[in-house]
Design a protein around this ligand. Structure first.
Ligand SMILES: NC(=O)c1ccc[n+]([C@@H]2O[C@H](COP(=O)([O-])OP(=O)(O)OC[C@H]3O[C@@H](n4cnc5c(N)ncnc54)[C@H](OP(=O)(O)O)[C@@H]3O)[C@@H](O)[C@H]2O)c1
Length: 349
């Protein structure tokens, strides 16, 4: 039986999610990889319980996280029922729909039919009455935004979700979603984009739109930014500097594609690793501190395959400050590494 650490709220700083009253921990845990049926449940439990002990109150899921799709929610549901039920009100549990989940036209996309049936299935798998945040997982050019935002509003109005969010929508699509949501009377809380030192797309002006960056839109409209893959799936650590270690995400043939580990990217990682060393940090720690340097970023949403990794990453909290000189030096190497797997899902361009 799990007993949470009594000092769990003593060391984790919180930030308000945009203009909302919801506070989130500076580091959140995602269950995209390592929480399906190919990872021992005991390992998963150790990581999740340790995260909570360290003040990580937000656990991020999606309908399709596995393998197989749905397994991460089922496994997390097991932990909820067995150990976390009494702590439900201390947790922010999030899920999403928008990527392929099951065969047929109602298992993919952004229709009302798919989003609401998927949310019900997520609730069943986790054994929950509601999730804290329900996201449209990606923009879909074949579904009117009124339908997608309408489905999010129904999710909130019906009590299945406390808040609604969007993920990976670019600046222009985010502006459009915000306008439609406002018309419908839906208060969007949060955006979940990818962001790291090798993937800075949220800082770039959106040329197809008004020229604003996504970060500008979020800051201006008061949406929180839950930034995912701040370690670029593990590339922004020292683990790939001497080859591909056994058991790593790349070794498993997962979404960290072989071409991402190009000599050019590894050269950047090596240089960044040196800068981190001079700051007395591991590269993972500096990578997390770096995404948090912008106050518009609410939380860094990380993954972990072990408690040791999570502890290393959380060491970021010991030094979140950067000098102008450090930031300028980092900028020389923190360049687009072609690792934004999610770019095609941000709009219909
Ligand atoms: N909205 C979306 O479309 C979307 C898409 C992707 C992710 N996400 C969310 O973001 C979460 C995080 O994504 P992510 O797992 O790609 O994030 P990440 O934090 O960039 O990468 C996590 C991986 O890096 C390695 N790692 C973590 N800490 C380490 C450390 N201290 N030292 C060395 N290696 C370390 C581990 O790889 P190994 O497994 O190789 O050990 C771990 O699985 C997901 O779980 C999900 O909740 C959302």
């Amino acid at each position: 039986m799990y007993t949470p650490a009594e000092d769990r709220y003593e060391t984790m700083p919180m930030r308000y999610c945009g203009r909302s009253g919801l506070q989130l921990p500076l580091v959140s845990l995602g269950l995209w990889q390592n929480f399906g049926d190919t990872t021992a449940l005991e390992t998963q439990r150790e990581i999740v319980f340790h995260a909570f002990d360290r003040g990580i109150t937000q656990i991020d899921l999606a309908n399709n996280y596995g393998p197989p799709p749905g397994a991460a929610e089922e496994n997390f549901g097991r932990m909820l029922r067995a150990d976390l039920a009494a702590l439900r009100d201390e947790l922010v549990i999030t899920t999403k729909a928008g990527y392929p989940m099951h065969p047929g036209p109602y298992g993919d996309g952004s229709s009302r039919k798919y989003l609401l049936s998927s949310l019900d299935a997520s609730l069943r798998r986790m054994g929950l009455d509601y999730v804290d945040i329900f996201y449209s997982h990606r923009f879909n050019p074949d579904t009117p935004l009124t339908e997608t935002m309408g489905a999010l509003k129904t999710a909130v109005d019906s009590g299945r979700a406390l808040y609604a969010g969007i993920s990976s929508y670019n600046a222009r699509r985010t502006r459009e979603a915000l306008a439609v949501a406002a018309d419908l009377g839906l208060d969007l809380l949060v955006h979940q984009p990818s962001y790291s030192m090798l993937n800075r797309w949220i800082e770039d002006p959106d040329q197809a739109g008004t020229g604003e960056s996504l970060l500008d839109v979020l800051g201006d409209s008061g949406l929180g930014a839950v930034v995912f893959s701040p370690l670029a799936q593990g590339m922004l650590t020292d683990k790939y500097l001497d080859g591909v270690p056994a058991g790593s995400r790349r070794a498993k043939g997962g979404p960290l594609r072989a071409e991402y580990l190009s000599e050019e990217n590894l050269g950047r990682v090596r240089a960044l690793n040196e800068i981190a060393g001079r700051r007395g940090q591991s590269l993972a720690q500096m990578a997390v501190a770096w995404v948090l340097r912008d106050p518009r970023v609410t939380t860094a949403l990380v993954g972990a395959s072990s408690v040791r990794q999570l502890d290393d990453t959380l060491g970021a909290l010991a030094n979140l400050e950067f000098t102008d000189e450090e930031l300028a030096e980092i900028d020389r190497y923190a360049q687009d590494g072609g690792v934004n797997l999610w770019a095609p899902r941000s709009s219909d361009r």
